[in-house]
Design a protein around this ligand. Structure first.
Ligand code: C2E
Ligand code: MG
Ligand code: MG
Length: 661
């Protein structure tokens, strides 16, 4: 088969236009591509088109040339993608090692064995079909086709182009009389044409190299070890250095410290002054930390407002604390931000932040980088909890405590699902008559493995995790159900007091819940008392007053629990429609030995009465305490003196005994 020059050039033009469009599309989405590749793409199209116009002639079989050229490129892409997906390799390695060289060799063999175009087309198709299966697999694995385009097509193009180019050059060298193109077998070798062809294909190759190089640059950026904002090393470099340092210290028997640093209030700077100001702040923070360190130390930015400092070769563990303290002090000095979006740029904006630092030590807290990082992180959270602007060491006991808490949370969740709770009742005694007039409902966890667990072990975690809402709801329902059962059994009515956690108060509609439970159980509202601690009420006083008024409207009694341990302010007591003040056990404990406690107790009783509340003393264990309370006119008490909290069954026994008297 023979083709004239014009045919070949038009065929090239068609393929190049397609190429140019593909490049343009890819280049638009490519941040690392500059002008030259656009310029080259345009050159190819114009140059080939110009040539095509100059050399007029007949067009015998343009389609077959286009197909042949495209097939080679498609084949290149297929081979590349196939090899890559089959071996799961990083592309730049597999590109050179596995694709170009063997494929070039393979095609050179084909060319020698089958010199005609159609035979070569056939051989390419044989290659294309099986490898096409890999392409589809690869597309399916990729989340978007765009990603596939960017990575695989480019590599395929460069592979195929390099191949064609390589073969042409070889052909020119071997047979100086031919034009050097495997799809070109003209009888009149034309030196000018050969030159032009050589230039166009070189230009094409250059474009492809530019594109692939841009992708390489992308990958290199990703792999880079520097944080672009602060120019500090990033996590990757830090981990490498830490690993190396651990090896060195291991041999020398020295120690190192890792300081995990998190800025306090950074978010509010970012939110209020804008991200530009936030970035500037981070840069200044990086500078201050660096100034504080020795040359051998290293500070890295982990991202966000988290930094990490590696102190090598420290003599004593306290040295790390000293550095941490200095950094905390440095960072608590005001920062001047010029990029603030709120104020006059010339004046700048002064902001003050702080830092919390968690410290882990090698070898005391671990002997590999990830573990030390994790532990410094844990310690940092401890520092934050202990009040911002300080540091904390990681300690083994702390981790154990944290793990136990996580484990407890899981078990508590299961306990709720499997209803492992029960309610105990502690009698409340009217001091004047000595009769049981009420009971406080106190939850107990009946763990299948550990037996009866007291609330002190799980209430705080239930509150932190919000599980208290489910538990509290269950206790309320169960208590009302039990109260109704006692009424039905003919016991005289008594008040049943249920504890309400601040979380329940804040996060659910306690009014609706109470109404629902009372309706469901039939327990009279007037005998239900809800106990709340002062702290639970103080967060949102207006809402609390509203909720209290609504509960009161339903006929429910309200009690302030553990009174005296919180705010104990007269102002709020006046606002809340309260029925009972429960004096905290801690004031009762040292009666009659501590004069102060006796005075406080007497004052609370008098004050409660003045405000029209009933006063109940908690934790009464001795007759002396009871006599004192009686003398001061306290209305009621609960405590081990009469009874510990007991099961519903035992409590019914107490009621029965009282009624029989
Ligand atoms: P609280 O509401 O102040 O309950 C009184 C606690 O003091 C009870 O502990 C009770 O057993 C204990 N106590 C009573 N008299 C004496 C005494 O004479 N001596 C001593 N040493 N202790 C006495 P308990 O049952 O362990 O409950 C502890 C806390 O757990 C409760 O303190 C309450 O804040 C919370 N809690 C218990 N049940 C629930 C519940 O269902 N919901 C909520 N939110 N909290 C609950
Ligand atoms: Mg209570
Ligand atoms: Mg209490």
């Amino acid at each position: 088969m023979k083709f004239d020059l014009l045919t070949i050039l038009i065929a090239y033009l068609i393929v190049d236009v397609v190429f140019a469009i593909a490049f343009a599309v890819t280049a638009r989405r490519h941040p690392n591509l500059g002008g030259p590749s656009w310029w080259l793409a345009a050159c190819i199209v114009i140059f080939t088109g110009f040539l095509g116009l100059c050399l007029r002639g007949v067009i015998p079989d343009i389609v077959s040339i286009v197909i042949a050229n495209s097939l080679v490129i498609a084949g290149g892409i297929c081979i590349w993608v196939g090899i890559r997906s089959f071996f799961g390799l990083r592309w730049h390695w597999s590109l050179f090692a596995l694709f170009i060289l063997p494929a070039a060799a393979l095609l050179s063999v084909f060319m020698i064995v089958w010199p005609s175009v159609s035979a070569r087309q056939l051989s390419m198709s044989v290659l294309v079909i099986p490898i096409g299966v890999f392409i589809i697999r690869d597309i399916l694995r990729q989340r978007s086709l765009a990603l596939f385009m960017e990575t695989n097509l480019l590599i395929g193009f460069i592979g195929a182009e390099a191949l064609i180019h390589f073969i042409r050059i070889i052909t020119i060298i071997i047979t100086p009389t031919s034009t050097g193109s495997y799809i070109l077998s003209t009888d009149q070798p034309d030196r000018v044409f050969l030159m032009l062809l050589f230039i166009t294909s070189t230009a094409r190759l250059l474009i492809l190299i530019t594109l692939v190089n841009a992708r390489l640059q992308d990958e290199l950026n990703q792999l880079a070890t520097q944080d672009p904002l602060t120019q500090l090393p990033n996590r990757r470099l830090l981990l490498e250095r830490l690993k190396h340092s651990i090896d060195v210290e291991r041999r020398s028997g020295k120690q190192l410290a890792l300081l995990m640093l998190d800025l306090d209030r950074f978010k509010s700077v970012n939110d209020s002054l804008g991200h530009g100001a936030g970035d500037e702040l981070l840069q200044q923070v990086a500078g201050r930390i660096q100034n504080r360190l020795r040359d051998i130390d290293m500070v890295a930015r982990l991202g966000g407002d988290e930094f990490i400092v590696l102190l090598e070769d420290i003599a004593h563990p306290e040295d790390a604390a000293r550095v941490a303290e200095q950094i905390v002090t440095d960072l608590s000095r005001p920062f001047q931000l010029l990029r603030s979006n709120e104020v006059d740029h010339e004046l700048g904006r002064e902001v003050q932040i702080g830092a919390s630092i968690g410290i882990s030590l090698y070898p005391q807290h671990g002997n590999h980088p990830e573990l030390l990082m994790e532990q410094a992180d844990t310690a940092m959270y401890e520092a934050k909890q202990a009040g911002r602007g300080c540091f904390a060491y990681f300690s083994e006991e702390f981790t154990i405590a944290v793990r136990q808490r996580i484990d407890l949370e899981g078990r508590l969740r299961r306990a709720i699902e499997q209803q492992e709770f029960c309610v105990f009742y502690q009698p409340q005694i009217d001091i004047a008559s000595g009769l049981i007039v009420g009971a406080e409902a106190l939850v107990r966890w009946q763990s299948p493995s550990e037996g009866l667990i007291a609330p002190i072990k799980f209430i705080s975690i239930a509150e932190e995790t919000g599980l208290i809402i489910a538990i509290g709801e269950w206790v309320l329902r169960e208590t009302c159900r039990q109260g109704q059962r006692w009424l039905a059994a003919g016991f005289l009515p008594i008040t049943l007091a249920v504890n309400v956690s601040p979380q329940q108060f804040k996060r659910c509609d306690i009014n609706a819940l109470v109404a629902e439970v009372l309706a469901e159980t039939g327990f009279p509202a007037g005998y239900l008392e809800l106990e709340m601690t002062e702290s639970g009420l103080m967060d949102n006083q207006d809402k609390a007053v509203e909720v209290f008024n609504n509960l009161r409207g339903q006929g429910i009694r309200l009690a302030i629990d553990d009174f005296g341990t919180g705010y104990s302010s007269l102002a709020y007591l006046k606002r809340f429609p309260v029925d009972v003040l429960k004096i905290d056990k801690s004031f009762i404990d040292d009666i009659p030995h501590l004069q102060d406690d006796m005075e406080i107790t007497a004052t609370i009783i008098a004050m409660g009465h003045t405000l029209g509340f009933k006063v109940l003393a908690e934790g009464v264990e001795t007759q002396e305490q009871l006599s004192f309370l009686q003398q001061k006119g306290c209305d009621a008490y609960q405590g081990y003196l009469t009874s510990k909290p007991v099961s519903a069954e035992d409590f019914a026994g107490l009621l029965r005994a009282q009624q029989l008297k």
